[in-house]
Design a protein around this ligand. Structure first.
Ligand code: DAH
Length: 329
């Protein structure tokens, strides 16, 4: 029978089909306008009604069989495509993963946190203030006269005539005293700015200011607090010395030096802070009665203390963000 031959031909052609395109060609060859099914259907016209019935049913049966075989092949091709894709996209779970590296706290921040912890242990309260200051807080109220070299353009970054980047944390003494009555017991850490740059100076550095005001405060109280601090901070016997000095906002004034060893094993002194008893002239600016109250103040350089404690010889290492340097801490 014609119909059986058709299915046989189709099966032979399907074995040659490699992709969807081939399959579409085969489909149109068998089911298209010029194909055998359309031809057989058009031949029905010349038959009797009875013959038409028999012949028509057979054509329909063969047509659905062709469609079935083509759809089956289409499924096969699509499955093959999916499998191919899955194989080529396969994730190799045996590859080692990318290790993520952890950051750490910057050495200066570590040192700053230690200093704050120690003073909070002594009962000091930590307060912070603005880095942009006025002449009044940075100089005038601290009894730094107009012709003082610290006001020089070469040291101070001026933003406007009267506005500047604070050159020290001492303005916080004024800000705290003008809004609070004694007893005062604060430290104030933060960034300060000066036009300066070499192995021990950077244009931005950190200080911690200290201020204690109460009745009967003497230089002995100041020495005792700073002695204890050096002991607690370095956790070992370390030589320190107070050296007479001058600051307009303290009277008398001193600087504290710490003994350290340089790379060649030589002992050296490094100045790490300025201090003194609050000058009564500063009390006048904040309306404190100097007959009733006295106080001490200090301002320490954090980079200097960090250099001694961590054994760093050049201050600029702190700001170069060299991972090899930072990883050591
Ligand atoms: N502000 C001074 C400076 O930056 C340091 C200083 C000296 C602070 C004496 C003080 C002090 O509180 O009493 O050089």
């Amino acid at each position: 029978m014609i119909s059986e031959n058709l299915i046989q031909d189709l099966n032979i052609e399907l074995t040659e089909v490699k992709n969807k395109n081939d399959l579409m060609n085969v489909k149109s060859k068998f089911l298209g306008k010029k194909g055998p099914i359309v031809k057989l259907t058009s031949e029905l016209k010349s038959l009797t009604i009875e013959e038409k019935k028999i012949r028509g049913t057979e054509i329909n049966r063969i047509k659905s069989q062709i469609e079935l075989l083509i759809n089956k092949k289409l499924n096969e091709i699509e499955n093959e495509e999916i499998n191919k894709k899955l194989n080529s996209d396969r994730i190799d779970i045996t590859l080692p993963g990318k290790a993520s590296s952890f950051g750490s706290v910057h050495p200066l921040t570590q040192i700053l946190d230690e200093i704050i912890d120690i003073f909070e242990g002594y009962g000091f309260q930590t307060v912070e203030g603005p880095e942009i200051e006025t002449n009044f807080y940075n100089f005038e109220a601290l009894n730094i006269p107009k012709d003082h070299p610290a006001r020089d353009m070469q040291d101070t970054f001026y933003l406007e005539d009267d506005v500047l980047l604070r050159t020290h944390t001492s303005p916080m003494q004024i800000r705290i005293m003008e809004n609070n009555q004694p007893p005062i017991k604060i430290i104030s850490p933060g960034k300060v700015y000066r036009c300066d740059s070499d192995v021990t100076h950077t244009p931005m550095f950190h200080q911690v200011e200290g201020l204690l005001v109460d009745k009967d405060i003497s230089f002995a109280n100041l020495k005792s607090i700073l002695n204890n601090f050096c002991h607690d901070f370095f956790q070992k016997d370390i030589n320190i010395r107070f050296r007479p000095s001058y600051f307009p906002f303290t009277e008398p004034s001193a600087e504290l030096d710490i003994e350290w060893e340089n790379k060649n094993g030589e002992k050296k002194w490094m100045e790490v802070l300025g201090c003194g008893l609050v000058n009564p002239k500063v009390f006048d600016f904040v309306n404190y009665d100097a007959k009733n109250y006295s106080g001490f103040a200090f301002g320490m350089g954090i980079e200097r203390l960090a250099m001694i404690k961590l054994g760093i010889t050049d201050i600029r290492y702190f700001y170069q963000n060299d991972i090899k340097f930072l990883k050591q801490f």
